[in-house]
Design a protein. Sequence first.
Lengths: 204, 204
Amino acid sequence: MTASSRPAHPRERRTAGDRRAQLVQIGLELLPTTPVQELTIDEVARRAGISRSLLFHYFANKREYYTAVTRAAADLLWEHLLPAPGTPPEEQVTGMLDRYVGWVETFRESHLAFVRGAAGGDPWVSEVYADTRRRLVEVALAALELPDDALRRQLVLAWFAFTEDLVGQWVHEPTTTRPELLDLLRDVLRGLVGDRPALLRAGR
Amino acid sequence: MTASSRPAHPRERRTAGDRRAQLVQIGLELLPTTPVQELTIDEVARRAGISRSLLFHYFANKREYYTAVTRAAADLLWEHLLPAPGTPPEEQVTGMLDRYVGWVETFRESHLAFVRGAAGGDPWVSEVYADTRRRLVEVALAALELPDDALRRQLVLAWFAFTEDLVGQWVHEPTTTRPELLDLLRDVLRGLVGDRPALLRAGR
DNA sequence: CCGGCTTGCTGAGCAACGCTCAACAAGCTA
DNA sequence: TAGCTTGTTGAGCGTTGCTCAGCAAGCCGG
C-alpha cells in the first residue's frame, strides 16, 4: 500500500521446463518428511514462491503432480543402480546389490518414505515404481544370463520385495556385517532362480 | 414440509458398541474399492444412515477411524492364520501357509487393497499391520522350534514380504501349481532360518 | 513507437471435506 | 413429572483441491 504496487518479491518468471523441474525438486525434498499423497499444493507453491494456480498450470491435478515426483525419485534410483555399460555379467548383479544397499544407507528415511509411498495407497503411484521394478528384473535376469520366463520374473520380483524389506530393517538394526548381508541376498537370489536352483524345485 | 416433522428414515438409535461396529464394518466393505485413507466421512456416514457428526463422536478424527478399520482387517487375517491349539509344531507353519494362500485366493483385490493400505503412506496405519506381522513371526519361530534372535526375526519378516509379494502375483498369474507354491515358500523359509540353513551363512 | 501475440503468472472464488459445537431427543430412573 | 444419561443432529468454520477470467512480461512485425 505505502510502497509501490510491485510485490515485495518481484515476480520471478521462468521457462516452463525450469518451473516444472523446480516443483518436482521441491516435492523430492518434502518426500522424507511427508507421505507423497499428503503433500499440500499450498505448501509446495509457498516454497516455490508462486501461487497455487500456477502449479495447476503445470500439473492437471494433485495426483499428476505427486506421481511426477514419485517418477523422479524412481528415476534417480534407476540411474544409480544401472550397471555401467561393459561391466561383465557376473559383476553386474553384485554391483547393483552393493549400490542398492549404499543408496538405502545414504538416504535412509528418504528412501523408505519413497518405498512406502510407492507400495501403498494410490494405484497410479504404485504403477510408477512397479514399472521400474519390472525393468530391473529384466536387467537382473540378463545379467545372470538366465531366460526370463514368467515364473522367474515373479520370483525375482518377490526377491525384490524381500530385499527391500530386509535392507530396510538392516539399516535400522544391522544384525550382520555389510558383506554378509550382500552375500545373503545374492545367495537367496541364486537359490531362487539360478540354473541349478537349490530352492526352485517347482520347475515346470 | 408437507408431512410430519419426523425424518423419512426415523432416527435409528443404537448402542455405542453396535454403532462403532457398524461403522468399522462399512469401512471394511469399502476397503476393496477405495484406499483406506481416501474413505470420506461423508460416504461412510451416508451408508450408515447417520450424520457426519456422529462418526466424530466415536472416532476423534478421520485417521483414528481408518486405523480402526485397518486393525479390524488385520485381526480377521490374524484369527484366520493362527494354528488351532494342539496342532503339532511341524504342521503349524504349513497350515498357516496353506490358510494364507487360501485367504488371498478368496479375497484377492480386497486383501491386496488391505496390504497396499497397510504398507504405504500413513505411518499409523503401517504400524497396525507391522504389529500383526511381528506377532506372526513369534508364532512362526516358535512353530519351527527355533530361537528368535534379532537376525532370524528380520529374515522371517523379510520372508513375509517375499511371500506377500509372490502370492499376490501368483493369484493373478498362477505360474506353478498350488502345492508347488506352498513347497517353495516353505523351502525358502527353512533355507533362510532353519537349523541347518542352506542360505544363512552369515551366522553371528 | 505501437499494436498484437504468446505465455508465464495471479487473485478471487467455488465445492468438497475434515472437524467443532451447541443443542435436541430417546429412554431410563426416581 | 422431573432429571439424568447418552445417542444424535444441523449449522457452520477453516483448509484444500481446483477453475477461470484476466494481468503482465517479453517478443515480434509494422
